[in-house]
Design a protein around this ligand. Structure first.
Ligand code: AMP
Length: 421
């Protein structure tokens, strides 16, 4: 199948050839004709499936074909994303795909000065990629009007709700024209996402690029049981033993991120970090250095879990398991992208057994356990099952206290039943 056979115009197919996109991915093959036909779309697609091109290519083509002029301070298409990183990345893709097309695009997110964004909006833009909070700020300051919006894309909608953007999204929706095309992309489909979809979408085409709530198949995933305090040492040990060229490591807290980066630096290993306390320019710089190969280990909190587009990343290490099981899917989505194989290793301590059980239940798999010699935990990590259960170690039956204890007279069979309950 070719991109041309999906109905894309020559200018776009030429751009795709120059980007070495030769064959559409599954999500692109389904989404492109549907979006070109003006349909609403509800897609279960995670990063790595090519979803960005899936919505951006037909959206750009429709804007060109419609040929309308954008008024000052207006936007014709809105792409809402949960994080600044994803905003940058989606906008970069939109820019690349719109090469040679007469369209203006821009990106707007918080944490940076609003003035340049207001200036750029003066001429109007065809495609505006934005995080919900900043978009509302811009609207409140009359820097952007929505009356010309013909297409709305909600990218990583599940993450948007996880990050508490529900109210911002509702406020924005109330301001948009009722007559419009809406495309909703989400890696997972929880009840709140389904409710949002039901509210937003009109007779949508359903697209499922990968089985729902499953991690990308090409990834080899396993866990290493370890005591909490030994996790940093185990990380260093694994890094050396597997000689991983580059690793994206996830740590629960910002403090933990800084500590690991310090430890790595002390061992002469080039490391950098991305977390919520860092200003946007330094986050982007860390990401660029990692992409350029100047940094071997990028340590991040979940802020960075979405939207990082790093080609051929071989390894993701969960130094800490995520609190929300869905984030495991997003974290591991950083590796094994576009068909490349990858590894996802989780260092799991006894405290995290419930999180592990939730991840295994969500992804419908039992993660292999590989104990690392010299790191066997003192605090055992209880066994889990793919159904999300934690298998409790059977307790030893207590000895009857003596002949006066009524239980001592009970038949043995009954005693067994009591302990198994
Ligand atoms: P996404 O899931 O949109 O984040 O895309 C994942 C990666 O796949 C990005 O690096 C894209 O540039 C790349 N990609 C998307 N579609 C194709 C395609 N049809 N052929 C080759 N690479 C692609």
């Amino acid at each position: 199948m070719s991109f041309a056979s999906l109905g894309l115009i020559d200018q776009i197919t030429r751009t795709l050839a120059s980007l070495s996109y030769h064959t559409p991915t599954a999500v692109q093959a389904q989404a492109i004709p549907a979006v070109l036909a003006g349909r609403d779309v509800m897609a279960a697609a995670q990063t790595g499936t090519g979803k960005t091109a899936g919505f951006a290519l037909p959206l750009l083509q429709r804007l060109v074909m419609d040929g309308g002029q954008v008024a000052s301070n207006a936007a014709r298409a809105l792409i809402l994303v949960p994080t600044r990183e994803l905003a940058e990345q989606v906008h970069e893709s939109v820019r690349a795909y719109s090469a040679g097309l007469p369209l203006r695009t821009m990106v707007a997110y918080g944490g940076v000065s609003i003035n340049p964004q207001m200036m750029r909006l003066r001429k109007g833009v065809d495609v505006l990629v934005a995080t919900p909070g900043r978009l509302l700020d811009l609207q409140r300051q009359n820097a952007v009007r929505f009356n010309q919006v013909q297409t709305l894309v909600l990218d990583e909608a599940d993450r948007m709700l996880d990050l508490g953007f529900s109210r911002d999204i509702d406020n924005l929706l109330a301001l948009l024209p009722k007559q419009r095309q809406t495309l909703l992309f989400s890696a997972t489909f929880s009840d709140p996402i389904r409710a949002l979809a039901a509210k937003l979408l009109h007779d949508p085409v359903g697209i499922e690029a990968a089985p729902r709530n499953t991690t990308v198949k090409a990834i080899r995933q396993w866990i290493v049981p370890v005591d909490k305090k030994r996790k940093p040492d185990l990380f260093l040990h694994l890094l050396a033993r597997h000689d991983w060229p580059q690793v994206l490591a996830f740590v629960k807290t910002r403090k933990g991120v800084d500590q690991l980066v310090e430890l790595l630096a002390a061992r002469g290993i080039a490391a950098d970090s991305i977390h919520g306390d860092k200003p946007q320019p330094s986050r982007l710089r860390a990401l660029d250095r990692f992409k350029a190969g100047e940094v071997r280990v990028l340590v991040a909190t979940d802020v960075a879990a979405r939207g990082l587009d790093i080609d051929d990343l071989p390894v993701v290490v969960n130094v800490d398991l995520p609190i929300v099981a869905e984030d495991y899917v997003h974290r591991t989505g950083r590796t094994g992208r576009a068909g490349a194989s990858g590894e996802a290793v989780s260092l799991v301590c006894a405290d995290e057994v419930q999180q592990l059980a939730a991840i295994e239940a969500l992804t419908k798999q039992s993660l292999a356990r590989n104990e690392e010699a010299g790191f066997a935990p003192e605090h055992r990590v209880p066994q889990t099952t793919a159904s999300g259960a934690v298998v409790k170690k059977p307790k030893k039956p207590k000895k009857p206290k003596g002949a006066r204890d009524a239980r001592a007279d009970a038949p043995v069979v009954q005693e067994d039943v009591r302990f198994r309950r």
